[in-house]
Design a protein around this ligand. Structure first.
Ligand SMILES: Cc1ncc(C[n+]2csc(CCOP(=O)(O)OP(=O)(O)O)c2C)c(N)n1
Ligand SMILES: [Mg+2]
Length: 303
């Protein structure tokens, strides 16, 4: 496989350098959609990977890497860097697409996704990739690890932030709630829980597997400083608004719930657990790609 040359690609350096907030918002929206195309192509070409959860997290990862996170590509393990734990590690393909665009490695390496000995394992591996702060894939561990990172920052009087992205599956794991309780007890500053709340899991809706609503109220009741409203996790402008709120919070850990759609960007994959992680057939690939390209082209007109 090779990266397709038929889409107009945005220059990631231009996004980082952009000073006009409206333009930058639009560019990050474009990048998220561009990465959806690359991820759809990669999963089709290699006939392996998790489309649903990857697509769900595209905008969150774009805004994290191009606006929120203080990281150094030339020094990925810089001690002062902000940490990100992608607890829903199966969304790795989108994570890699964003890391590559941010400059940690060439985007062409997506062609090795899930291949034996590749740095781009099916689930992110911190031993293989220094820009990955934590190896993940076994759901439910991420928030405990992030809590430890945030408590370390507090003990060291370091200023870095720790972000943890969880999905419904992580929230169904008891360990996540242990971490939420421990977060309320130890109250480390600068710990941010981001919920990619698409309400669908591997084989069905969360409502049938293990419902969590009212989620924001539960997080609040567990003692977390929870965002006053839900944010649309597919609109970069909304994610930026949540970031404004996060930055004004000084005390204790914070939680933000983003409303998302699993398999977002393609009508027939959206909200469908069937598209959680399966090989993509030729006909679906072609139909889906046309929709993704259309969304990419619409970006400018929308904003
Ligand atoms: C402990 C554990 N149990 C089961 C799995 C298998 N598994 C992988 S992804 C997934 C569902 C994830 O759903 P969700 O967290 O909602 O992610 P998203 O919808 O964003 O893909 C499951 C059950 C796993 N990776 N880890
Ligand atoms: Mg989900």
């Amino acid at each position: 496989m090779a990266l397709r040359q038929d889409i107009e690609r945005i220059d990631p350096a231009a996004i980082l350098a952009e000073t006009d907030p409206d333009k930058k918002r639009q560019q990050m929206q474009y990048l998220a959609r561009q990465c959806r195309v690359d991820v759809w192509d990669t999963i089709y070409d290699l006939q392996t990977g998790h489309w649903g959860g990857a697509s769900s997290a595209a905008e969150l990862l774009a805004v994290l890497y191009f606006h929120m996170l203080n990281v150094r590509t030339e020094e990925p393990r810089w001690p002062g860097r902000d940490r990100l734990v992608l607890s829903k590690g199966h969304a790795s393909c989108m994570y890699y697409a964003m890391l590559a665009n941010r400059g940690f490695f060439p985007l062409s390496r997506l062609c090795t996704f899930r291949r034996l000995h590749s740095d781009l394992q099916g689930h992110p591996c911190m031993v293989k990739l220094p820009c990955v702060d934590m190896s993940t894939g076994s759901l439910g561990h991420g928030l405990s690890v992030g809590l430890g990172m945030a408590m370390a920052a507090q003990a060291l009087k370091a200023r870095y932030r720790t972000f943890v992205i969880v999905g419904d599956g992580c929230l169904n794991e008891g360990q996540t709630w242990e971490a939420i309780m421990a977060g309320a007890k130890f109250r480390p500053h600068r710990l941010v829980l981001m919920v990619d709340y698409n309400k669908v899991q591997l084989d069905g809706p969360s409502e049938a597997i293990m419902p969590m609503d009212p989620l924001a109220e539960k997080l609040k009741a567990f003692g977390w400083n929870t965002a006053p409203r839900l944010y649309d996790g597919h609109r970069v402008g909304e994610i930026l608004q949540s970031w404004e709120w996060i930055q004004t919070q000084e005390a204790g850990p914070v939680a933000v719930v983003y409303q998302t759609h699993k398999g977002h960007g393609i009508s027939f994959t959206s909200d469908q657990s069937r598209w959680h992680g399966c090989p993509i057939d030729r006909e679906s690939y072609v139909r889906g790609r046309a929709e993704l390209i259309q969304a990419l082209k619409n970006t400018e007109a929308e904003s």
